[in-house]
Ligand binder design. Structure first.
Ligand code: NAD
Ligand code: IPM
Ligand code: MN
Length: 357
């Protein structure tokens, strides 16, 4: 039986993960999709209680025995330096070398698209975000801290291997899914060392995919074009930081952070543990109000089903989510009046209806 580590984390993390578990339970009971669930008490509470962040034994056991990790969110004002969160989040993304952070941007209904004259058809692309290096690598330091002559440095790390594998992953995805366009985005006009490497590698890799139209936009222009006409994009590949930013923008184009899901994996080792998480954070202002949208987590469960070999369950769940959105049974971020658990109730009701039809 496949094993899943469950890390609810901080803020609304536990609230949305609880809903994800209800859905997993439905598929266990009704579809026989059984996972061994391993609940992990990791996050700010634990860190403040006993200093634990991401223990080696936990890391090793996830690595050796889990097919997936379902993570809620990390981040708590009581840990202002984000120490525990970095250890846990980057401990998995970088520690397990899950270099492809795949974030689908797809509007499930027309009403979710905030752009005038645009419909769901116009917002359907996938972002391949490099997930192990770039500015996130943590290389840097502070000199003369606290003095007027202070210097703060974060180096942008771009390796040939790291750049090439994420670009290849994006092209391979396009080929596999019948997508005809891949766009690479960088800032090579300003970052002439690091991002010139992206330019060169992109020019080489595209030769292996002659049937796919390869193009480039600087990241600032990409932001503009995403809002002006999102329908031109199918697959976007970019570095860690730009991928982070552009996927929040993508979330806004498709209904907001309450609906944005992601999976991090290493496409070179498909059997390796995969990390499933909503794109949003711990949303401290929503904690305890029962208004957090659980659908980003439920859509992350869809990705989990897809990636772990349960494609029909993924489709079934997505159809139920779509129906729920169409019926406006949503949390306030989408204009509805439902609570977090009522949204899941609505999804489960549709799953039941669908299965009796
Ligand atoms: P955030 O994603 O938590 O919130 C941004 C906005 O989106 C807020 O208005 C919030 O209320 C709203 N929002 C987020 N999730 C929602 C949901 N499920 N339903 C309805 N509305 C939702 O980002 P932030 O405020 O910049 O960060 C808060 C904390 O989360 C910080 O500590 C940050 O570092 C952390 N963070 C963690 C992750 C992660 O764990 N992967 C991702 C992003 C931010
Ligand atoms: C995300 C988040 C993280 C990131 C933060 C919390 C470090 O914003 O998953 O999008 O930048 O990757
Ligand atoms: Mn982010």
């Amino acid at each position: 039986m496949k094993k899943l580590a469950i890390i609810p984390g901080d803020g609304i993390g536990p609230e949305v993960i609880a809903e994800g578990l209800r859905v997993l339970d439905w598929f266990r009971q009704r579809r026989g999709i059984e996972f061994e669930l391993w609940q992990l008490d990791l996050g700010a509470e634990r860190y403040l209680r006993d200093g634990t962040t991401f223990p080696d034994e936990v890391r090793d056991e996830i690595w050796s025995s889990c097919a997936g990790v379902l993570l809620g969110a990390l981040g708590d004002a009581r840990v202002p330096d984000f120490e525990h969160a970095r250890q846990i989040l980057f401990g998995m993304r970088m520690g397990f070398d899950l270099y492809a952070n795949v974030r689908p941007i797809r509007a499930l209904t027309d009403a979710l698209v905030p752009l005038r004259g645009r419909s769901a058809r116009d917002v359907d692309f996938v972002v391949f975000r490099e997930n192990t290096e770039g500015i996130y690598a943590g290389v840097g330091g502070q000199l003369r801290r606290g003095s007027p002559d202070e210097i703060a440095i974060n180096e942008d790390i771009n390796t040939r291997k790291g750049v090439e594998r994420i670009i290849r992953a994006a092209f391979a995805y396009a080929r596999r899914h019948g997508r005809t366009r891949v766009l690479m985005s960088d800032k090579s006009n300003a970052m002439r060392h690091a991002h010139e490497l992206w330019q060169r590698v992109f020019a080489l890799v595209r030769l292996d995919y002659p049937e796919i139209e390869a193009s480039h936009l600087y990241i600032d222009a990409l932001c503009l074009e995403l809002v002006r006409d999102p329908s031109q994009f199918q697959v976007i590949v970019t570095n860690n930081l730009f991928g982070d930013i552009v996927t929040d923008l993508g979330a806004a184009l498709s209904g907001g952070l309450g609906l944005a899901a992601s999976v991090s994996s290493n496409p070179d080792y498909p059997q390796r543990v995969k990390l499933f998480e909503p794109v949003h954070g711990s949303a401290p202002k929503l904690v305890g109000l029962a208004t957090a949208n659980p659908l980003a987590t439920l859509l992350s469960v869809c990705l989990l089903f897809e990636e772990l070999g349960f494609a029909s369950a993924a489709l079934e769940l997505e159809t139920a989510i779509k129906g729920t959105l169409e019926a406006h049974e949503t949390t306030p971020d989408l204009g509805g009046t439902s609570s977090t658990s009522q949204v899941t109730d609505a999804v489960l009701a549709r799953l039941r209806q669908g299965s009796s039809a």
